[in-house]
Design a protein around this ligand. Structure first.
Ligand code: SAH
Length: 618
């Protein structure tokens, strides 16, 4: 069965949508075209600019046009003088927590300025991603960028934490000045701490003299003496049992009262949990919609298995489980801890009654669907990575890969990104970890050298996903190709791959040797130019010898062979030799061997396979 479908190559800038790109000149429009063509942004140009593919025209003055769009857009990218942009948006700016991100690209496409809403609006991140696309320099002027610190008002964003009360400007300023900022983290993931720059001024223990504090807590603020901010990871599941017809107002008031009494922040609410027969309870459904809370429901059979402090026989008789609120809260929170035992709540002159219990989950609810970006980083050197792959790495909240490759792309990483490098043998663990984090809601880049789909991590991730019954959509997947070793190696010696070729990995760790041998025979017999990957390791030495012998059965001993080690890396070594002398050259796991076909020749240190323009076999 064949199926036509639209590829999903528009995930990279998705979080900035709706995104309007605005240019007033042809040069500017050409600069921003990539945003509309590759990423689906709306490109706006004045009416007199024709021939800009896919652009829309604005027909009123730019000032009014922007004003009309302002409320509906997450981000604006202008190719216009910064001064002009400042004048256009000045009357529209309200607050950094609500304004869209505003980014300005200069007409030469050399610089991408994050102008407004750099942190909370994501302007800095957007500027970085666009700069990578255009090969430009991002201009970020926020203080935390200079220090290499994650901005204090951004550090919980990947985990869906809510910003609570606090002196956000004061604490940001203290961090920017490099003053000691004490972090008191009571709940939520600590993964954000794993890629802080050396010498950062966050103190995680009891600090001697903090100048400011960051609370990461489910609790409400007390009266602070210092500048303090409150991040609220969404760890609290509110279990609710209610009489039929209890109003939204009643339920909301009950939650409010219970939270106030226990000094808990409503921003820390992950969602609501109840029994399945309440899935259509109007007040509950309305409240969840309004507050963007998920409503988790459980069957009575499940709830009755949970041990709770306050079971009730009356409830059991009615719905078949001795507890709804406590049991549902615990089920939703994976039974970690009941924070508030059940409390019954009524309002005078209102029908209905609500029972509320609160449980705390170990892991916060992120509230997003995650994605996995499978990225090929090319042979090694940074400029051999595609702009799209660089953008993918930069945009990801988590980067997972083999330590050597993480080191090679280190300069693309930013503070606040979670970086997990695992030893070379832990491929499956890497794939499973990526899936676990993406299923939780994070965007995860899994990097492989070369092309990720050629003896790389991409295949493994897809296989693992398939084995756990993935629906093909969630988490979403996007694959970023890279220059594979055979291309990199070929480019260093000439044009050996100009005719039909194949790749064979000599590693028999995952493939039986008989299969490899059969393929070597077939490739040699069919006169394919052949790239040998994983040709030899310290313990696997005989494979290359056998491969050489097989090819010698079918090809001239003088057939040109290129041995390319660490192409595009600092320790690159290139040797042009012949089939019969192949074993005289040092070959290891960082090497690719290219064996020419019967027409391949060398010319002054270059390896050339004729395509046939000058006559086949000439
Ligand atoms: N996904 C990678 C291949 C991984 S298998 C890619 O597409 O290139 C690992 C093998 O690739 C190594 O044993 C070696 O044969 C080859 N290889 C990877 N990087 C290389 C480089 N920079 N130079 C030469 N060979 C390389």
């Amino acid at each position: 069965m064949s199926q036509v479908y639209e590829g999903t190559n528009k995930v990279l800038l998705a979080e900035f949508f709706p995104l309007s790109a605005i240019a007033t000149t042809i040069t500017g429009a050409k600069k921003l075209e990539v945003l509309s063509q590759n990423h689906g942004a709306t490109l706006w140009v004045p009416e007199d600019l024709i021939h800009i593919k896919g652009a829309k025209n604005y027909t009123i003055s730019l000032k009014y046009h922007i004003a009309q769009l302002w409320q509906t857009q997450r981000a604006f990218v202008f190719c216009l003088a910064t001064g002009a942009v400042v004048r256009l948006i000045a009357p529209l700016l309200q607050h950094k927590s609500t304004d869209p991100a505003v980014v300005v690209v200069d007409e030469t496409g050399s610089f991408v300025i994050s102008l407004c809403s750099g942190h909370q609006g994501g302007g800095d991140q957007l500027a970085k991603l666009i700069a990578l696309q255009l090969g430009a320099t991002p201009v970020l002027t926020g203080a935390s960028n200079g220090l290499g610190l994650p901005a204090v008002d951004m550090l919980g964003v990947p985990f869906g934490w809510r910003r609570g009360n606090g002196e956000w400007t004061g604490v940001s300023a203290a961090a920017a000045r490099g003053e000691v900022v004490q972090v008191i983290q009571e709940v939520g993931s600590t993964l954000w701490q794993n890629h802080l720059p050396p010498g950062h001024s966050f103190e995680f223990g009891a600090s001697v003299t903090p100048k400011a504090k960051i609370w990461i807590t489910a609790k409400l603020p007390s009266t602070p003496a210092l500048p303090e901010i409150y991040w609220h990871p969404r760890v609290l599941w509110v279990g609710i049992g209610c009489e039929r017809g209890s109003s939204r107002h009643l339920i909301e008031t009950a939650i409010g009262q219970v939270f106030r009494e226990h000094q808990l922040a409503e921003d820390a609410i992950a969602g609501i949990a109840t029994i399945d027969i309440k899935a259509d309870e109007v007040g509950l459904v309305e409240l969840c919609q309004e507050r963007h809370w998920p409503l988790k429901t459980f069957a009575a059979d499940v709830l009755r298995t949970v041990s709770v402090p306050n079971p009730s026989q009356v409830v059991e008789k009615e719905v078949g489980t001795p507890s709804v609120a406590e049991a549902a809260a615990l089920c939703a929170a994976d039974e970690v801890r009941l924070f508030v035992p059940k409390q019954i709540f009524r309002l005078q002159r209102e029908l209905g009654a609500v029972t509320i219990a609160v449980a705390e989950a170990e892991k916060e609810y992120i509230g997003r669907t995650g994605k996995i970006l499978l990225v090929g980083t090319g042979p090694g050197q940074l400029d051999q990575i595609t702009p799209a792959a660089k953008t993918a790495i930069s945009s990801a909240e988590v980067v997972i890969g083999y330590s050597l490759y993480i080191d090679l792309i280190n300069s693309l990483l930013s503070p606040g990104q979670i970086v997990e490098s695992l030893p070379i043998t832990k491929e499956r663990q890497r794939a499973q970890r990526a899936i676990e984090l993406a299923n939780w809601g994070l965007s995860v880049a899994v990097i492989s050298s070369g092309d990720c789909g050629i003896y790389g991590m991409a295949g493994l991730v897809l296989e693992e996903l398939q084995s756990i019954g993935w629906d093909g959509k969630t988490p979403s997947i996007q694959i970023f190709p890279g220059i594979t070793a055979l291309q990199a190696a070929a480019s260093r010696v000439g044009t050996p791959l100009m005719h039909d070729f194949c790749a064979i990995s000599l590693s028999d760790l995952l493939t039986p040797w008989e299969v490899i041998e059969k393929r070597l025979e077939a490739a040699a017999a069919a006169d394919f130019i052949t790239a040998l990957y994983n040709p030899r390791s310290q313990s696997r030495t005989k494979q290359l010898i056998i491969a050489g012998d097989i090819f010698l059965k079918y090809r001239d001993p003088n057939t040109p062979v290129a041995v390319v080690r660490s192409a595009y890396r600092q320790d690159e070594e290139i040797t042009l030799t012949t089939l019969e002398k192949l074993l005289d050259v040092t070959v290891d796991m960082l090497t690719t061997v290219l064996i020419g076909n019967s027409h391949t020749r060398t010319h002054a240190n270059w390896m050339i396979t004729p395509r046939g323009y000058l006559g086949f076999g000439s």
